[in-house]
Design a protein around this ligand. Structure first.
Ligand code: GTP
Ligand code: MG
Length: 290
């Protein structure tokens, strides 16, 4: 009767009684799961596909806000850049990096963040979906959790959504080119958006007129419009906006009560060029297997 009560008739019929194992306590009787026999339903596990990432390749998980064009408008993000929103994104990314120690570098701009795992990481046995869903889920919940610290006067009007994907890069050149691609994207979009919104907010053009004016222009043309019409030297715009944010771990000295110091690993935010060699020469430990 007890067995029937615990497991139900259908499952009970699929077990051979000799395979049961019970641990008796003073108050209750528990089933010992490690010796639990397989049910006839167990075969459905075989439908799950193996998704381990190739060994020895860089693993990048990128998250990107879903419909943030609309989300940013509905939450009154400042145009073209909202420093509160960008610092919230950085805050959420720091939470991810604090949780996943095998992330050696993260890069973010606009509504996206890329997390680079050490080449030799064994976290979640390198299972692709485990990596992307856990990173994306933590990023999203941290984004909501820290919202009020960055937007103290408003609440999210609806739950924000981020998508997540895992991409592998086999060589050091590939991973550098990937990060260069994201930073170049940041530069292209930011230069465009800065000029576009200057034309609308400062020169009174409509969005359609501003779009028409910028159609076919090269970066030099946009720099010229910004400088001649609005006295904006684009190269003097804040580096966080022009270059995005790079998170890396650095050893920093911590003062001890006895007057000495000890080194502690900390996540630091950089707004620097990661396309050229300088950053990689200064941080060559990032590309070497430890
Ligand atoms: P999907 O990612 O395909 O779902 O579309 P999306 O609407 O999120 O667009 P996408 O990811 O290509 O681009 C992000 C969008 O977020 C930008 O085009 C902007 O509209 C908006 N956005 C991101 N950061 C800011 C910001 O600081 N200020 C403002 N005003 N908008 C921002
Ligand atoms: Mg998006």
């Amino acid at each position: 009767m007890l067995i029937g009560f615990c497991f139900g008739r259908v499952i009970l019929e699929t077990f051979r009684p000799s395979k049961f194992s019970f641990v008796r306590s003073t108050t209750r009787i528990f089933h010992h799961s490690s010796t639990m026999a397989k049910s006839k339903f167990e075969y459905v596990r075989l439908f799950e596909t193996e998704d381990r990432c190739l060994p020895n390749a860089w693993i990048v998980v990128r998250v990107d806000g879903k419909g943030f064009h609309k989300f940013s408008t509905e939450h009154d993000y400042e145009k073209p850049n909202d420093l509160r929103a960008l610092s919230l994104m950085n805050n959420a990314a720091m939470s991810v990096m604090e949780e996943f120690k095998d992330i050696c570098l993260a890069y973010g701009q606009s509504d996206e963040y890329s997390f680079v795992f050490r080449k030799e990481t064994q976290v979640y046995s390198r299972r692709s979906a485990k990596l992307s869903t856990n990173v994306c889920s933590l990023f999203t919940s941290a984004f909501v959790y820290y919202w009020s610290e960055h937007f103290p006067t408003s609440k999210p009007l609806y739950p924000p959504v981020f998508d997540g994907r895992t991409v592998l890069y086999p060589s050091n050149q590939n991973i550098r080119d990937y990060l260069s691609w994201r930073q170049a994207d940041c530069h292209i979009n930011n230069l465009y958006n800065t000029t576009f919104w200057a034309l609308i907010l400062k020169a009174g053009l409509t969005p359609v007129e501003a779009e028409q004016k910028l159609k076919g222009t090269l970066s030099g043309d946009k720099n010229e419009i910004l400088f001649s019409q609005f006295s904006i030297n684009y190269n003097k715009e804040p580096e966080m906006l022009r270059k995005g944010t790079t998170l890396v771990r650095r050893k920093v000295p911590i003062a001890l009560p006895d007057g000495g110091t000890r080194e502690k690993s900390q996540i630091v935010q950089l707004h620097t060029d990661i396309i050229g060699d300088e950053f990689w020469n200064e941080n060559n430990h990032l590309l070497t297997i430890s």
